[in-house]
Design a protein around this ligand. Sequence first.
Ligand code: G3H
Ligand code: 13P
Ligand code: ZN
Length: 325
Amino acid sequence: MGTVKYTELGLVNTKEMFKKAMEGHYAIPAYNFNNLEQLQAIVIGCVESKSPVIVQVSSGARKYANQTLLRYLAMGAVQMMKDMGGNIPIALHLDHGDTFELCKSCVDSGFSSVMIDGSHHPYDENVALTKKVVEYAHANNVTVEGELGVLAGIEDDVSSEVSHYTKPEEVEDFVKKTGVDSLAISIGTSHGAFKFKVKPGEEPPPLRFDILEEVQKRIPGFPIVLHGASSVIQEYVEMINKYGGKMDNAVGVSEEQLRRAASSNVCKINIDSDGRLAVTAIIRKVFAEKPGEFDPRKYLGPARDELVKMIKYKNEKVLGSAGKA
Ligand code: G3H
Ligand code: 13P
Ligand code: ZN
């Protein structure tokens, strides 16, 4: 497969998006996708709510979807958006890139933005790796997201969770030395559908906005990224449990906390789990109510429709990105 520039696919990098989001006090949605229906839903939902969007793939998603097909899917997404009469900026982003080679391969195959997640490495190694990716990406006008602080894992004990929060005293040096365009920080969120250890009915602990404020003071006006930002929409969890699933004590970040983050310097909010829940809930419902159904369009279609609804709701009521394209 030859190299291709993202501009040839009709994509944009995140620079302008983040600038406007910072000025307008909202956040750009970054929705993960692995398949056709998820990508269709993201395009439809964001065109209908006139929202700029970052479509992102993890390395696992890239393998799943096939990297060659992904290039054409991205190009198709841009064309589909135009055919719908839309005019929204779309960035294609690598989520949690872990090596220089992976990031380079994505830059070379049409991604407009990459994340190099060196957060598990010692500080100096994170700086060196991130800097190397930035040099290659910037030579191609591709934007780069770095990360400082490790997102808490639900299995960690409390003390190790605390020690993984981003250290505000490191951010200025990191941004200066690496040249990244945005920075993911750890303020208490985690990936997946089980973010907090709470008993049924208990409120999850608030995010560490004090850390976010410290970070903002040290790198004023610099775009911050929030990972692990699904709300774990309870309507879907209940539907999954009702129709044969088992997801006890699944909890996420409240919408109120996300709204607060979106109005600050958080310019990108990552959402994957909520989309997975929406799709799973609807597929389980169709299977339970229509056991004879075996046409994938009859369950993937309604799942896609629900995802469109969810995306429009997020853009309009939580991130504030609706109408900003
Ligand atoms: O941050 C992780 C994303 O939700 C992607 O997950 O690696 O299972 O595709 P994945
Ligand atoms: P969620 O698991 O909360 O959706 O987070 C997704 C994410 O951060 C992708 O990088
Ligand atoms: Zn993430």
